[in-house]
Design a protein around this ligand. Structure first.
Ligand code: ZN
Length: 325
């Protein structure tokens, strides 16, 4: 595997093909500063990923126990999979955004709040029946309890923090806790799943730690614009290839987002007013099989269009009804 060297810092990418969803590969990165090794994201919990990490380290003459710290770009399972396995071998600090903490620690109070949040959300979007499997899954996460939790105390990071010569930039949208690590001197950016080279990154609807619904599409748009303006030579993404032309890749993503928003707007303009029917019209084939992603997308874009002043909503028998302006 290639490694990238810049002013006494080397990056060793771990890029492992996967059949997990449609993202192609699951990536993590080793940062070698000569005197310490950091791991940015920790892949997925499979034998294949453990072997890939071990091999990448050994090719450079290192071992798992040489790692000094782990940075997490967000809490999703394909980014944190090997954290506990690494910690069993060596107790090292783990850094993540503070929004990641209740999620990674399987905090019962937070997860119960989250389940309640989704129950009310699906009722108000008119799709509570189809939501039953999703709600059941959320309950399973609550029941799975502590064995899923990270076996450590997470050190929180947020906007404005700086660590190992990298600025922490909050880049929410894909998830509430998404952060990017920016090495301005070397023009390196570790951006997690905010931007992927070939597929669009999902803006996943979620509550924040206080239970407020995040406006994920406008968050993602804002995060993309922030990243677009940074001086970056290599953008290390959580999946797929390393991006070397981030400005044009991001331009494309922003265009696609606008296109999606316009498509959803025209469906409403043509007379479909209920979120469930909008979702069925736009994603006929995926509505049932990928219910939670489809609704997430529709809700995200409804919020976005409302913020843009293009839609107005009113509650009718407990379900939102959207009108195009
Ligand atoms: Zn993710």
């Amino acid at each position: 595997m290639i490694s990238i060297q810049k002013n006494s810092r080397s990056v060793y990418p771990i890029i492992v093909p996967t059949r997990y969803s449609n993202v192609g590969t699951i990536n993590s990165y080793i940062l070698d500063d000569g005197d310490s090794l950091s791991l940015i994201d920790a892949g997925i919990n499979t034998k294949k990923y453990k072997e890939a990490l071990t091999l990448t380290l050994s090719e450079k003459g290192y071992h798992i126990s040489d790692l000094s710290r782990i940075f997490l770009t967000h809490h999703h399972e394909d980014h944190v999979g090997l954290v506990n396995w690494i910690l069993q071998q060596k107790d090292i600090p783990v850094y993540a955004h503070y929004e990641a903490i209740p999620r990674l620690m399987v905090d019962q109070e937070f997860l119960l709040m989250r389940k309640q949040f989704f129950t009310e959300l699906y009722i108000s979007m008119g799709c509570i029946e189809e939501a039953q499997p999703r709600l059941k899954k959320l309950q399973q996460t609550i029941d799975s309890q502590k064995e899923q939790a990270l076996q450590t105390v997470i050190r929180p990071l947020g906007e404005g923090d700086s660590i190992l010569g990298m600025q922490v930039i909050e880049t929410p949208g894909h998830s509430a806790d998404s952060i990017s690590f920016y090495d301005e001197d070397r023009k390196l950016l570790f951006a997690g799943d905010v931007v992927l080279k070939t597929t669009s990154s999902n803006a996943i609807v979620d509550p924040d730690v206080k239970g407020n619904r995040l406006h994920t599409v406008s968050q993602l748009k804002h995060s993309l614009k922030r990243i677009q303006h940074l001086y970056v030579e290599y953008l290390f993404a959580g999946h797929q290839e390393i991006i070397e032309d981030h400005q044009s890749v991001i331009s494309n993503k922003l265009d696609r987002m606008q296109h999606k928003a316009n498509r959803l707007y025209s469906v409403i303009k043509e007379g479909i007013h209920h979120p469930k029917e909008i979702a069925q019209d736009l994603y006929r084939h995926k509505y049932n099989s990928e219910f939670s992603l489809v609704m997430s997308e529709v809700i995200g874009y409804l919020d976005y269009l409302e913020e843009e002043g293009r839609l107005k909503k009113s509650l009718q028998n407990g379900v939102w009804h959207y009108i195009a302006l």
